[in-house]
Design a protein around this ligand. Structure first.
Ligand SMILES: Nc1nc2c(ncn2[C@@H]2O[C@H](COP(=O)(O)OP(=O)(O)O)[C@@H](O)[C@H]2O)c(=O)[nH]1
Ligand SMILES: [Mg+2]
Length: 243
């Protein structure tokens, strides 16, 4: 990989107007070269899409405007599809993804970029030594822990945090997958992508992150997400994967 690979950070947004400007400011304050941001907004009623457009005048940031809220997985697939469709001299070598609500600390980005030099996928992990979660109630902690244990047992994945959304992929990983065939609509996308990468034989590693529950806006997490994961993980396990 060249000295400073091109990096695109994909940020899905739905009603994140109170967090996005601060997130973008902090990302672009980092001493990282060749970095840009791709916001994927699902027509947020709070005007996050227009806000992202105005940020694009100040920063190297692009915005995908989707018609309506269709789930996190769909938003990521749209963004990854666009990135893979870029001409090779514009395509980033590295694709990061992170939440917009400041739960993921932008100052961790250089650690991801360092680690991906010897890995193909880097997972930001709350459940490896040094990782932690701040301000989650007991129910959310339990759901996350049990969800991770369930997914790792069923899918035979050794990683500790399969449900997190702070990650870095080498572009080759996304190129090796048929992004349009990813079946998860919602948050299960995180588990599915890691599973598909593992199936393809890519090296996946984890780095500790400190996850802080959002201060502004509201979580879009709901019981439907748990249900989707419950059956999608089972379906993934028994589905024949294309070579
Ligand atoms: N574009 C898009 N973004 C979404 C959707 N659902 C959640 N997000 C974004 O995904 C990230 C994680 O969502 P969040 O509600 O914070 O989930 P939590 O951290 O698990 O409680 C945030 O940046 C959200 O704005 C969706 O349907 N479409
Ligand atoms: Mg959140």
């Amino acid at each position: 990989m060249s000295e400073s690979p091109r990096v695109t950070v994909v940020v899905p947004t739905y009603n994140e107007k109170d967090s996005l400007p601060e997130l973008i400011k902090r990302i672009f304050a980092l001493p990282v070269k060749n970095l840009d941001v791709l916001v994927v907004d699902d027509n947020s009623p709070d005007g996050t899409g227009a806000l992202a457009d105005s940020l694009s005048k100040k920063y190297p940031l692009r915005v995908i405007h989707r018609k309506e809220k269709q789930g996190l997985g769909k938003a990521y697939m749209h963004a990854f599809g666009e990135i893979l469709g870029l001409p090779s001299d514009e395509r980033p070598e590295l694709i990061m993804q992170m939440d917009a609500d400041l739960s993921h600390n932008p100052s961790d980005i250089p650690r991801f970029l360092e680690r991906v030099q010897t890995c193909d996928v880097v997972l930001g992990s709350r459940y490896v030594p040094g990782g932690s979660i701040k301000n989650w109630d007991i129910v959310r902690r339990l759901v996350s822990r049990l969800g991770n244990i369930y997914a790792s047992l069923i899918l035979g994945l050794p990683h500790r945090d399969l449900t997190g959304g702070y990650k870095c992929f080498r572009v080759e990983v996304l190129q090796a997958m048929d992004i349009t065939a990813v079946s998860s609509i919602g948050y299960n996308f995180q588990i599915e992508m890691t599973y598909l990468a593992q199936k393809k034989g890519f090296r996946i590693c984890e780095i500790p992150i400190f996850f802080t529950e959002r201060k502004a806006g509201t979580s879009k997490f709901n019981a439907g997400i748990i249900l989707e994961s419950f059956w999608k993980v089972l379906m993934l396990r028994f589905k024949k994967q294309p070579k």
